[in-house]
Structures are given as structure tokens and as C-alpha cells.
Design a protein around this ligand. Structure first.
Ligand SMILES: NC(=O)c1ccc[n+]([C@@H]2O[C@H](COP(=O)([O-])OP(=O)(O)OC[C@H]3O[C@@H](n4cnc5c(N)ncnc54)[C@H](OP(=O)(O)O)[C@@H]3O)[C@@H](O)[C@H]2O)c1
Length: 301
């Protein structure tokens, strides 16, 4: 099979490699579509420093859609719903892994595997797992804070965009910080657009979900408010009297199945910015590098 890896800082390669063996608790997926995320850019740039040093070749890609090819022995007992040919999607977790989601086949833990409903094609299905789960789990981190006003930065991005919806559903009055061009999207998710921190005009919010890791976002908080970051490896340092936490996505096939159903039913926005074949994976990553992307860049296998 072919797979996308990085060996040298700043470059990626498509290599020929063996199909990975499936372990007892795992599922082998024939991948049809996988995405490029900011984390892949960071890994290609070796942005996680020493964390990536121990593998000579690191696989890229954190989410995928495809069909079940093979189910491990114990996985078959626990997940009788997964049989060869079943349409699935999953988060392919891990910074430093020999192979990722950007590959002809991928092995994922059975618990990570979600069912893709009819009505959601593989390309849109692949655009959801990592970021829709991150958004949901980031909003979970606000549960200890009484729902008042929440500022979401990066509100037109993948994590921020879905966070708008999930937070509104939990009763938050949501301010979405994004570009003026993103007004229609942000308002369609039931949030109010602010185009910069100065747009808050001194308003102190109860919580910040800082999907854009915006300098100064923590200062928008009232004393005692909650700050949720998206980079747990780089925790926010602040002398403010606030609660600081960060989301680290956990693969969760059951929850993802429900979210994919909601997406298929039109309850969650599905945005695919562009689709490339594997031969054009360099072009796909360049699109993300240039910035300003709305929706995920998908690579078909
Ligand atoms: N911890 C975890 O488990 C986890 C999981 C998934 C993602 N993440 C992280 O979460 C972050 C967001 O990911 P994503 O996929 O949502 O990225 P994304 O789709 O690129 O969204 C980021 C958004 O922030 C906007 N933005 C940045 N600076 C801005 C500014 N000054 N004013 C207004 N908007 C601004 C960008 O707009 P422009 O394009 O116009 O600049 C873009 O819309 C990344 O750092 C990613 O690595 C963490």
C-alpha cells in the first residue's frame, strides 16, 4: 500500500509499505478518505521537538473514513457491528506513529471506530472525526462552569466552528471570534461575531474556548472564569485568577457515531475545503500552509 510519512523536517513523502497487521483489539480499515489537519503541519515541521525524535519515519493523518477490512479477535467480540465492508470513520490518534490515516489501510483501536450513516459520503465523513470530537470534548470541559457568556476564538475553524453549536446547545451565550468574512457562518451556528478582542469592548466573559490560541484571549475572562486551550502540550501560563485547562482529544467511536448521524441529518455543519488524490498530497498540505482555509482538506486514497 502507499502511505504518507515525514522523515526530514519540513517534507513529506509517499512511500510503498506493507499493510499493517491488525492486533486483537484493533480493526484494519481500507481507507478511502483522510484529512490534513494543523497537527500534521506541526508534525511535518517537527513542531513537537523531542517528542518526534524516536521514530525515523512518522506517519501522517489523524482522521479517516473507509470500510472495515479485518477485525481483530477480541474486537470482533466487543464490536459485532463491525464486519468486513462496514462503512466507518475514526480518529487515528498519535503524534509519533509509523503510519497514520493518510495510507491505503490503517489500523485503529476498535473503540475508536464509528459507523458512517447512509447519506454521508466518505469525503465529508473523513472531515469530521478529529475536530468534531475535539470540539465536543472541549465544551465538556466547561461543565463545571455555570453557562453564561463564552468566547470561542477560531470560530470559523474546524474545532471552533463545531464548538459554537455544542456550546449553544448547553445554554451558553456564544461570541465567535473570526474574520468579518465568516459572519454568515458564525451567525448560522447561533453565535454573535466579534472580529477581534477589542470588539468585546470591555465585556468580561465567563469562559474562553481558545481554538485559535490567540494572544491575550485569557484577558477577556472575568476573575474565576474558565479558559480551555487546545494545545495541552503547551499549557497557558497566566497570573490571572482563572481556571486553566486544555482539551486533548480522546478517540470515541460511540460518540462519533452519534455526531456523524447528526452531520448526515444536517444538524452539524460539514465543510470540505478541497479534495486531492494521494499523488497531490503536497498540494493538499500547501493549501493548509497558506492559511485562510474554511473546512477540511481531504485526500482520497
Ligand atoms: N488538543 C487537541 O486534541 C486538538 C485536536 C484538534 C485540533 N487541535 C488544535 O486546535 C487548533 C485549531 O484547529 P482547527 O483544525 O480548528 O484549525 P483551523 O480550521 O485552521 O481554524 C483556526 C481558525 O482560527 C482563525 N484565526 C486565527 N487567528 C485569528 C485571528 N487573529 N482572528 C480571527 N481568526 C483567527 C483562522 O482564520 P484564518 O484562516 O483566517 O487565519 C481559522 O479560521 C489547532 O491548533 C489544532 O492543532 C487540538
Amino acid at each position: 500500500m502507499r502511505a504518507v510519512v515525514t522523515r526530514t523536517r519540513g517534507t513529506l513523502e509517499v512511500v510503498e509499505t506493507a499493510i499493517p497487521a491488525v492486533g486483537p483489539d484493533e480493526v484494519l480499515v481500507r481507507v478511502t478518505a483522510a484529512t490534513i489537519n494543523p497537527v500534521d503541519l506541526a508534525i511535518v515541521g517537527h513542531g513537537f521537538g523531542e517528542g518526534l525524535a524516536h521514530l525515523a519515519s512518522t506517519g501522517l493523518g489523524w482522521d479517516l473514513a473507509g470500510t472495515v477490512e479485518e477485525v481483530g479477535e477480541q474486537a470482533a467480540v466487543r464490536r459485532p457491528d463491525l464486519t468486513p465492508g462496514t462503512r466507518v470513520a475514526a480518529v487515528h490518534h498519535g503524534f509519533d506513529k509509523p503510519l497514520g490515516a493518510l495510507a491505503g489501510f490503517a489500523v485503529v483501536p476498535a473503540e475508536a471506530v464509528a459507523l458512517v450513516p447512509d447519506g454521508l459520503d466518505d469525503v465529508p465523513a473523513a472531515s469530521l472525526p478529529l475536530n468534531v470530537l475535539t470540539a465536543a470534548q472541549a465544551v465538556d470541559l466547561l461543565d463545571g462552569t455555570t453557562a453564561g457568556t463564552l468566547l470561542v476564538t477560531g470560530a470559523a475553524g474546524a474545532v471552533g466552528g463545531w464548538a459554537l453549536t455544542f456550546a449553544r446547545e448547553r445554554g451558553w451565550d456564544v461570541l465567535g471570534l473570526a474574520r468579518e468574512n465568516d459572519r454568515e457562518f458564525v451567525e448560522a451556528q447561533g453565535a454573535r461575531l466579534v472580529t477581534g478582542l477589542d470588539g468585546l469592548a470591555g465585556l468580561e466573559v465567563d469562559a474562553v474556548l481558545d481554538a485559535a490560541t490567540l494572544p491575550g484571549a485569557v484577558d477577556a475572562l472575568r476573575d474565576g472564569g474558565t479558559y480551555v486551550g487546545v494545545l495541552p502540550a503547551f499549557p497557558l501560563a497566566t497570573d490571572r485568577d482563572v481556571i486553566v485547562t486544555a482539551v486533548g482529544v480522546q478517540a470515541d467511536g460511540e460518540r462519533l457515531t452519534g455526531l456523524l448521524r447528526r452531520a448526515a441529518g444536517g444538524e452539524l455543519p460539514v465543510r470540505v475545503a478541497a479534495t486531492y488524490g494521494l499523488d497531490d498530497v503536497e498540494k493538499a498540505i500547501d493549501v493548509l500552509r497558506r492559511g485562510g482555509v474554511r473546512g477540511r482538506v481531504v485526500v482520497t486514497m
